[in-house]
Design a protein around this ligand. Structure first.
Ligand code: ADP
Ligand code: G6P
Length: 467
């Protein structure tokens, strides 16, 4: 097989920790396979020229990192405006938070063209190109227009909404058409694949030409679900190391008489944080035996703070946590410990292990890796319980979790109570089944399956066919 070339907006040194499912998963994949990882450097050049950017190429272990700077104008329109102001909210079913007025589509196209222009000269004929996420949907079409005939796959890390929601994006036909420049398009769940199939049949009059293959715009694309996983063995190894053990011990000691619940998320409106906090308040109201006992540790890492909706959610969360602590807290007990920070990855397994219950309750999520990390970190003899939103992609794969509808405050509180009360036998049984599932479908399975399917997908179209 040729060299693996991974392209994503967010890059991370695979030797260091990162927050966000994409960077974590790709770092773990590339550490094994080696290859080239191309993306944004994280640098914004204040007075840079739109459509231009300096490329920095350097080696990080077995991975070559190619990092591209972006001008402020490009970053504002491509990342902040279009990717995170239109695509992220709509793909997470939040039309109310999308800003269609802003005219940022031009910047989105310009940066995708810039990526193509800078990447193309680095490519070798037998490279396998794997492009990631909503920032870069049109990148293959741009590469094809330059004559690129390599195999190109795309993986969407976030959900694909049903056609009536997708169609609210003014440029939806152009976006979906761009997906036909790929040989393989991967989604997190079967539901996402169904949405893609419904959309292309209804809006693009695509024909089904084989299992999961669709023909439209003079091109054929294969669309399949590849639920992303974690590196279970590696995460468990991290759990046995000194930092995680220390974190476990200090947490257990600090909260010695308490039952701990944990939430670990980027501070994002898709994660259902206010709903989770309200469900926790409902737990304290409806089941008062939890007062002076249950403590929720909520760690929320700062994310996209230059996008308005993210500021709003931060203020809402701070005020909710403050009011619950004020109403219910006592000198020797605070119901919620809210920490607005990224925890060192080395400490995470220890933190998860010290907690009796994890609350993974997004309103909508492509997959959610925290659910899998929590399961991997548990003591098999005395495991904690996973409370999982039915609206996370992970729900398709983790039916042994306790499922909740995060919009239903009382129902969620009831399930949290069930989790806190669960017998050791039931906890072990559910945990063993969950662990088996995440071991089988780990991040290496995800990567292998995607690349195998891409390798077997139809021959790449010629550049002329695309035009
Ligand atoms: P998303 O990709 O939307 O951020 P995921 O749950 O799929 O959501 O992935 C999040 C990743 O980032 C996980 O590996 C998780 O451990 C990490 N992460 C999220 N929030 C934090 C935090 N506050 N501190 C440390 N790591 C975090
Ligand atoms: C999600 C997205 C990724 C993104 C990550 C962190 O996981 O699917 O593409 O990298 O969130 O968000 P950020 O905007 O900081 O890259």
């Amino acid at each position: 097989m040729g060299r693996l070339v991974v392209v994503s907006n967010r890059l991370a040194d695979p030797r260091k920790a990162a927050a966000g499912g994409l960077a974590v998963a790709l770092g773990e994949t590339l550490k094994r396979t080696g290859g080239l990882w191309f993306g944004w450097s994280g640098k914004i050049v204040e007075d840079g020229t739109p459509g231009e950017g300096e490329l920095h190429v350097h080696q990080a272990g077995s991975v070559t990192l190619a990092e591209l700077d972006l001008s402020k104008e490009d970053h504002d329109s491509y990342y902040r405006g279009y990717a995170n102001g239109v695509l992220w909210p709509v793909f997470h079913y939040r039309l109310d938070l999308a800003n269609f007025e802003s005219g940022h589509l031009g910047g989105y196209r310009r940066v995708n063209q810039l990526f193509a222009r800078k990447l193309y000269p680095l490519l070798k004929p037998d490279d396998i190109i794997w492009i990631h996420d909503y920032h870069l949907i049109p990148l293959a079409a741009e590469l094809r227009a330059m004559g690129c005939e390599n195999r190109i796959g795309f993986f969407l890390h976030i959900p694909l909404p049903p056609p009536p929601i997708l169609a609210a994006i003014p440029s939806h036909e152009w976006l979906i058409r761009a997906m036909f420049a790929y040989d393989l398009v991967g989604f997190q769940s079967h539901l996402d694949v169904q949405h893609f199939a419904h959309y292309v049949k209804a809006e693009a009059t695509a024909e089904s030409v084989g299992a999961n293959q669709f023909r439209a715009f003079n091109s054929t694309v294969q669309a399949e679900a590849f639920p992303i996983g974690i590196d279970v063995a590696d995460f468990q190894r991290l759990g046995r190391a000194r930092e995680a053990r220390e974190t476990y011990e200090t947490t257990v000691k600090e909260y010695s008489r308490r039952r701990l619940l944990i939430g670990v998320d980027r501070l994002d409106y898709s994660k259902g944080l206010p709903q989770r906090i309200r469900a926790f308040r409902e737990l304290l109201l409806a089941y008062p035996e939890n007062r002076h006992s249950a403590t929720l540790l909520q760690v929320a890492s700062p994310s996209r703070e230059d996008v308005d909706a993210y500021n709003d959610i931060q203020h809402e969360l701070e005020s909710l946590c403050g009011s619950i602590n004020g109403d219910f807290g006592d000198f020797d007990w605070m119901p919620i410990r809210y920490i607005h920070r990224t925890v060192a990855r080395k400490r995470l397994p220890g933190l998860y292990r010290a907690c009796a219950v994890a609350l993974v309750t997004p309103l909508r999520d492509g997959m959610n890796l925290v659910a899998k990390e929590f399961v991997a970190a548990q003591d098999e003899e005395d495991p904690g319980v996973l409370v999982l939103s039915r609206f996370a992609g992970a729900a398709e794969q983790m039916p042994q979790a306790l499922m909740v509808n995060p919009y239903d405050t009382h129902g969620t509180a009831q399930v949290i109570q069930q989790a806190l009360q669960m017998s050791l036998g039931e906890r072990r049984e559910r945990h063993a089944a969950l662990l088996e599932g995440i071991r089988k479908y780990d991040v290496h399975w995800w990567c292998r399956e995607f690349l195998r399917t891409l390798g077997e997908a139809k021959q790449p179209p010629s550049a002329t066919e695309q035009n």
